[in-house]
Design a protein around this ligand. Structure first.
Ligand code: NAP
Ligand code: MN
Length: 272
């Protein structure tokens, strides 16, 4: 069993990193940055995003696991005091852990310029915003014109990302067992002249959407925590990726319990 660790860099995460390394030595786990079987993220959800982007070319062969330092995360669900249990489960032969994996959908983002096209993956979401002025863009769904968007921008999230930026924008929380993408508006302009649909759209796998920004306008794009500015894009196609991400779920922790814990945080009252 080969592993690698990405940590947030704070004192608590660094100390846990060291403790895990010592445990791993005792358990016969080997450190391998090039081709690990398991990538352990110690920190927050943002740390898992970094781990994902570092290893996005090896998704078919590795699994991710997250230990949270700070608030309980969506990707980081093990507590520091569970470090030893986690290490022992990780040290089991791969076949024994095979049925403890969950696969979650990702987004494929194809950026097209006049001369090139590049494909990126996102775990949470892709966003596009105007920089100097209101973003104006044509939105097509499955190659049919849907609307002309005017406003701050558009967020397209995966089910895992539905609890992140998408949720702040009023999008729906979607269970990650549903392979889909969600298109959510960021401050659209709606009046008698300009019209957008106003609600989030959820597209199933095998559907796609294309965004056509105004030519030569500088746009701010984001892929999870990574930002980039572009002015050469003709169109952007977003769909559910054929790749998926595997998380090692060494013990059950239902998604809806995470949602409850993260956003409600208290036992429901029976006293109405
Ligand atoms: P950050 O500023 O630390 O992230 C903002 C918050 O989102 C943090 O509390 C982060 O948790 C949390 N988060 C990340 N992924 C999540 C998920 N899948 N479900 C629920 N919460 C999640 O920056 P970051 O850690 O590099 O994360 C980048 C992400 O921030 C982006 O992918 C985007 O989703 C989110 N974001 C949100 C807003 C907004 O809500 N207005 C604006 C920009 C970006 P941790 O503290 O555990 O890292
Ligand atoms: Mn963060």
């Amino acid at each position: 069993m080969k592993y690698f660790i990405i940590n947030r860099g704070d004192g608590v995460s660094l100390a846990l990193h060291e403790r895990f390394t010592r445990l791993a030595d005792q358990l016969g786990l080997t450190l391998d940055e090039e081709a690990p079987d398991t990538v352990l993220s110690i920190g927050g959800d943002g740390t898992m995003l970094q781990a994902f982007h570092k290893y996005k070319d090896q998704l078919d062969r590795l699994a991710f696991v997250g230990l949270h330092t700070g608030r309980l995360g969506f990707f980081a669900d093990w507590k520091p005091e569970e470090l030893e249990t986690m290490a022992r489960v990780m040290a089991r032969p791969l076949e024994e852990n095979a049925n403890r994996m969950v696969e979650y959908p990702l987004l494929s983002i194809e950026l097209r310029t006049k001369t090139s096209q590049e494909i990126h993956l996102a775990l949470n979401e892709f966003t596009i915003k105007g920089i100097e002025e209101t973003m104006v863009a044509q939105l097509d769904v499955n190659d049919v014109i849907f609307e002309t968007f005017r406003g701050d921008g558009i967020c397209i999230s995966s089910p895992s990302g539905s609890t992140a930026y998408n949720k702040s924008l009023g999008g729906a929380v979607i269970h990650p067992s549903i392979p889909c993408l969600q298109i959510t508006e960021i401050a659209s302009i709606n009046n008698r002249v300009f019209r957008t649909v106003g609600s989030s759209l959820v597209l199933p796998k095998h559907h796609h959407c294309d965004i056509y920004p105004q030519a030569d306008k500088r746009m701010m794009l984001s892929l999870d925590h990574l930002g980039l500015q572009r002015s050469d894009l003709i169109s952007i196609r977003v769909s559910v990726a054929k790749e998926t991400i595997r998380f090692a779920r060494y013990r059950p922790y239902p998604f809806w319990s995470r949602v409850q814990r993260a956003f409600i945080g208290q036992e429901p009252t029976t006293d109405f």
